[in-house]
Design a protein around this ligand. Structure first.
Ligand code: BES
Ligand code: MN
Ligand code: ZN
Length: 496
C-alpha cells in the first residue's frame, strides 16, 4: 500500500526543530502555547506585509530568525473553533500537510485560540486530513527530477494537551484513512497490472484483518447462473471473479448491511467500442468495487460493531471473437432475460447479478451499490457530487447527512414508472440501455428491476471517483470517494 504521512501525538514541550505549524483564529489570534513561544510577536510583521489575517485555510509561511529553535513557521487560519465541524478539522489538517515537502518533518501546535480544550475527535480529524493529503500514486514514476518521488511523505507530530486521548481517536480514523488509501491504490493501478484475478487477490488480503473472503471463479459463477455478469467478461482473455467479503463485528443474529461494487478493471466498451480519447481513464471503472473493498478494510480495521458484507463483481469489458454482441439476450441470475443493445452499458449487467445474489443470500438491512455507471451523471453533476438513486427515503436521507458530514456529497435523482418504461425490450424482459436522454436515470431503473423489497440506494460515482477535484485532502487522480461517506453512514446508524 502507498505510504502516507506517519502521524504522532505528543504533549507540548520545548520548541520543536524544523517546520513549526501553528493554527490561528481570525485576526491572527493564537492559543496559549503559541503565545508562550512568542509566535504573535514573531509573525506580526510578516503577517502585516503579506496582508494575512488568518482567514480559514489561508497560510502564512515565514523563515524563523536565527536563534529560534525551529527554522520555518507556517501559520494556518482556522476560523472560529466553536463553529468548526468535523470536516473543517479534516480540511485544516490537509492544508497543514500540504505545506510540508516529502522527506521533511513538521510539528503542529494544535490548540484553540479561545484557550478552550481541544477535543480528541477534532485532533483525529485533523490527522485524517493530513494523512489523506500526503498520498500520491507515484510507484511507476515520473522518475525524472532526481527521483524526489522516492522520498517518504513528511512525518508529522501533532502537539496537543492530551496525547493519550488523541491517539485513541486517531487509531479509529487511521483505519478509515487506510481504507481510503487502499481504494485509491486499486483505482490508480494500471489495467495491465490489475486484472480481475489480481483484484480478487488484493481483496483476499483483508483476511488478515478478520474479514471472511470468498472468491468465485467462472466455473462457480456459471453454475450459479450469473450469465449477465459472465456475458460482459466473455470477450476478455482474463476471467471474471466475484468476491464476497464479510465483516462480522455485530451480534451474530443481526442481518448485515450490504455494499455492492462495480469492478470493471477496464472498459473498452466492447463491440459498442468507446472513442479513443480518454479511454485510458477506464482503468478506473472498478472504482465502485475499490470503494467497497476500502470500506470493508476501514470497518475491519476499526473493529466496527456491525455485520457488513461487501460484494464486488470483477470483469474486463473487451473485444474479441467471443465478445458479447448487440442483439444478444442473456438470462440473469434472477431469471430475467436481458436484451443487450449496447455492450458499453456493461456495469449494470455486473451489478444485476451481484445484487440479486447478495439480497437472496444475506437478507441485508439495506443494499447500497456503487458504480462508475454513466457519463451522463458527469454531465448532470460534474465531479462535485455523486448521483443518488434510492427506493427508500430514510436511507437516502441518511446518506445525505453522512455526505454533509464528510464532504462526500450526494444529490438525489428521480426514479419513476415513466423512466422505467424506457427500459422495456421488444424481445426480452428488459434491455440494457435506454435512449439518449436521462442516461443515469434509465441505468438506475435497470438496476431497480433486479432489487427486491430490500431498501436500496444506488450511487453513480462516475464523476466523483475519477478526475477528482484537487482539494485540501486530495491531490491524486482519484480521491477514493465514498469510503468515508459509507463508514460514517455505518458509524452513525448501524453500530452497537
Ligand atoms: N464506465 C462507463 C461510464 C463512465 C464514463 C464512467 C466516463 C466514467 C467516465 C459505462 O460503462 C458506460 O460506458 N456507460 C455508457 C452507457 C450507455 C452506453 C447507455 C455511457 O455513459 O455512455
Ligand atoms: Mn461501459
Ligand atoms: Zn463501464
Amino acid at each position: 500500500m502507498t505510504e502516507i504521512s506517519k502521524i504522532a501525538f505528543a504533549r507540548a514541550g520545548k520548541a520543536p526543530k524544523g517546520t513549526l505549524i501553528a493554527v490561528a483564529g481570525e485576526g491572527l489570534k493564537f492559543g496559549k502555547r503559541a503565545r508562550e513561544l512568542g509566535l504573535d510577536a514573531l509573525v506580526k510583521k510578516a503577517a502585516s506585509v503579506a496582508d494575512f489575517s488568518a482567514k480559514p485555510m489561508r497560510t502564512l509561511d515565514i523563515l524563523a530568525p536565527g536563534g529560534s529553535d525551529f527554522d520555518r513557521v507556517v501559520v494556518i487560519g482556522m476560523g472560529n473553533p466553536a463553529e468548526m465541524k468535523e470536516q473543517d478539522w479534516v480540511r485544516l489538517g490537509g492544508v497543514a500537510a500540504g505545506t510540508l515537502a516529502r522527506g521533511s518533518a513538521g510539528t503542529v501546535l494544535l490548540e484553540r485560540p479561545d484557550d478552550a480544550g481541544l477535543d480528541a475527535d477534532a485532533a483525529a480529524s485533523f490527522a485524517l486530513g493530513a494523512a489523506l493529503r500526503s498520498y500520491s500514486f507515484d510507484k511507476y514514476g515520473p522518475t525524472k527530477g532526481g527521483g524526489s518521488s522516492k522520498k517518504p511523505p513528511a512525518e508529522i507530530t501533532i502537539l496537543v494537551e492530551d496525547p493519550g486521548k488523541a491517539k485513541a481517536a486517531w487509531a479509529r480514523s487511521l483505519a478509515v484513512a487506510e481504507g481510503v488509501v487502499m481504494a485509491r491504490d486499486l483505482i490508480h493501478e494500471p489495467p495491465n497490472v490489475l486484472g480481475p484475478v489480481e483484484f480478487a487477490k488484493e481483496a483476499a488480503s483483508l483476511k488478515s484483518l478478520g474479514v471472511a473472503v470468498e472468491i468465485f471463479d467462472e466455473k462457480r459463477l456459471a453454475k450459479l447462473g450469473m450469465r449477465a455478469l459472465l456475458g460482459v467478461a466473455q470477450g476478455s482473455s482474463r476471467p471474471a471473479r466475484l468476491v464476497v467479503m464479510q465483516w462480522k463485528g455485530g451480534k451474530a443474529k443481526d442481518n448485515p448491511v450490504a455494499f455492492i461494487g462495480k469492478g470493471v478493471v477496464f472498459d473498452s466498451g466492447g463491440i459498442s467500442i468507446k472513442p479513443a480519447g480518454g479511454m485510458e481513464d477506464m482503468k478506473g471503472d472498478m472504482a465502485g468495487a475499490a470503494t467497497v473493498t476500502g470500506l470493508m478494510r476501514a470497518l475491519a480495521g476499526r473493529k466496527a460493531k456491525v455485520n457488513a458484507v461487501g460484494v464486488i463483481g470483477i470483469v474486463e469489458n473487451m473485444v474479441d471473437g467471443n465478445a458479447q454482441r448487440p442483439g444478444d439476450i442473456v438470462t440473469a441470475l434472477s431469471g430475467r432475460t436481458i436484451e443487450i443493445v449496447n455492450t458499453d452499458a456493461e456495469g449494470r449487467l455486473v451489478l444485476a447479478d451481484a445484487i440479486h445474489y447478495t439480497e437472496n443470500r444475506f437478507k441485508p438491512k439495506f443494499i447500497i451499490d456503487l458504480a462508475t455507471l454513466t457519463g451522463a451523471i458527469i454531465v448532470a453533476l460534474g465531479h462535485q457530487q455523486a448521483g443518488l438513486f434510492a427506493s427508500d427515503d430514510a436511507l437516502a436521507e441518511k446518506l445525505r447527512v453522512a455526505g454533509d458530514a464528510t464532504g462526500e456529497l450526494v444529490w438525489r435523482m428521480p426514479l419513476s414508472a415513466d423512466y422505467d418504461k424506457l427500459m422495456d425490450s421488444r424481445f426480452a424482459d428488459v434491455k440494457n440501455a435506454g435512449g439518449r436522454w436521462a442516461g443515469s436515470i434509465t441505468a438506475a431503473q435497470f438496476i431497480r428491476r433486479f432489487v427486491g423489497d430490500t431498501p436500496w440506494a444506488h450511487l453513480d460515482i462516475a464523476g466523483v471517483a475519477l478526475e477528482s477535484p484537487q482539494t485540501e485532502t486530495n491531490r491524486a487522480w482519484s480521491s477514493g470517494w465514498g469510503v468515508r461517506l459509507l463508514d460514517r453512514l455505518v458509524a452513525d446508524g448501524y453500530e452497537g
